[in-house]
Design a protein around this ligand. Structure first.
Ligand code: ATR
Length: 290
């Protein structure tokens, strides 16, 4: 993928995070730029916690047109912006900032990314009963997406139960039921679950989820992991071994990025080859650097 040299006309975007070196977003947006023929650059910016507002103000003042925001800045991004969309407000965090006409607008494309990744499967996932594992920032986006999709009931299991209970208070309008992340507590619930989503960081290093007894899940169950490195986590491997439908985290990553790209440029990038590109990139990274 070679691109023409940058000029004074090149539109500049980027991602702000700490850490940011591992991010797949620069590769993904370079791919989107090539696919649309737009003249744009996408740059990783390593910005530490207390420098967020100074850095983002400086980027906007330098003519950068928008940035993605990742850990640990997503809540700060929402507070920083002059205006925000309803998803960012409900989730309490923003992953996309647009700078235009002297204003900063905040958006959250994680929830729509999750929904589109599930839509891609062609499976009937809306309006069902779900079990969400984890109660951090990623869980908030997934809960919002499930609510938008009319989830009938959502069990929320977290290692620290009090965080799940707090989330249930934060999302009081949702049919949320906090439960302990415990095999005995989960076993009787699994039979009524159509959708299980891991939003916790367990799985990043090959960890399994011993609290889930896969044989209790209905054979039509859909198991998702928002972890995308490894692409097939231990959770997905086991689910597949039990004949269940699985959805990995790459789809959500791709769709949230594509939606950010659309917000900035007004154009939906073609997604045809992007999954392949990201899979190849992930496979090329030595395990120790992932
Ligand atoms: P993020 O914004 O990416 O969701 P986070 O706010 O740090 O990150 O939340 C991480 C989530 O993964 C939490 O739900 C955390 O559980 P705790 O609230 O008990 O800390 C969960 N998590 C992290 N490591 C875990 C592990 N080894 N087993 C189970 N849950 C884990």
């Amino acid at each position: 993928m070679t691109r023409p040299p940058f000029t004074g006309q090149t539109a500049v975007y980027g991602i702000v995070g700490d850490p940011v070196a591992h991010s797949l977003s620069p590769l993904m947006h370079a791919h989107f730029a090539a696919g649309t023929g737009l003249d744009l650059a996408y740059v990783p910016f390593h910005v530490r916690g207390d420098a967020f507002a100074t850095a983002v103000r400086g980027l906007a003042a330098s003519g950068v047109q928008g940035v993605n925001v990742t850990v640990p800045h997503k809540e700060k991004a929402l507070a920083f912006a002059d205006e925000s969309d309803s998803a960012a407000q409900a989730i309490g965090a923003a992953n996309t900032l647009c700078f235009a006409a002297g204003k900063c607008s905040a958006h959250n494309t994680d929830a729509v990314g999750f929904s589109r990744a599930l839509d891609d499967t062609g499976l009937d996932w809306r309006g069902r009963r779900a079990l969400v594992l984890g109660a951090g920032g990623a869980a908030r986006a997934v809960l919002y997406a499930l609510a938008q999709a009319g989830a009938e009931r959502i069990y929320l299991a977290n290692r620290t139960l009090s965080r799940a209970e707090q989330l249930a208070r934060d999302f009081a309008a949702l049919p949320l039921r906090p439960v302990p992340l415990d095999k005995a507590a989960l076993a009787p619930l699994l039979g009524e679950i159509s959708l299980l989503i891991n939003t916790s960081s367990r799985g990043l290093h090959g960890e399994e989820h011993p609290e889930i007894d896969f044989s209790c899940l209905p054979s039509t169950g859909i198991i998702c992991d928002i972890v995308y490195n490894p692409i097939e986590t231990a959770l997905l491997y086991q689910a597949r071994a039990h004949g269940l439908h699985t959805v990995d985290g790459l789809g959500m990553l791709i769709h949230q990025g594509a939606e950010s790209f659309r917000l900035w440029t007004g154009i939906h990038p073609p997604l045809g080859a992007i999954r392949n590109t990201l899979e190849q990139w992930l496979a090329s990274i030595p395990a120790a650097n992932r």
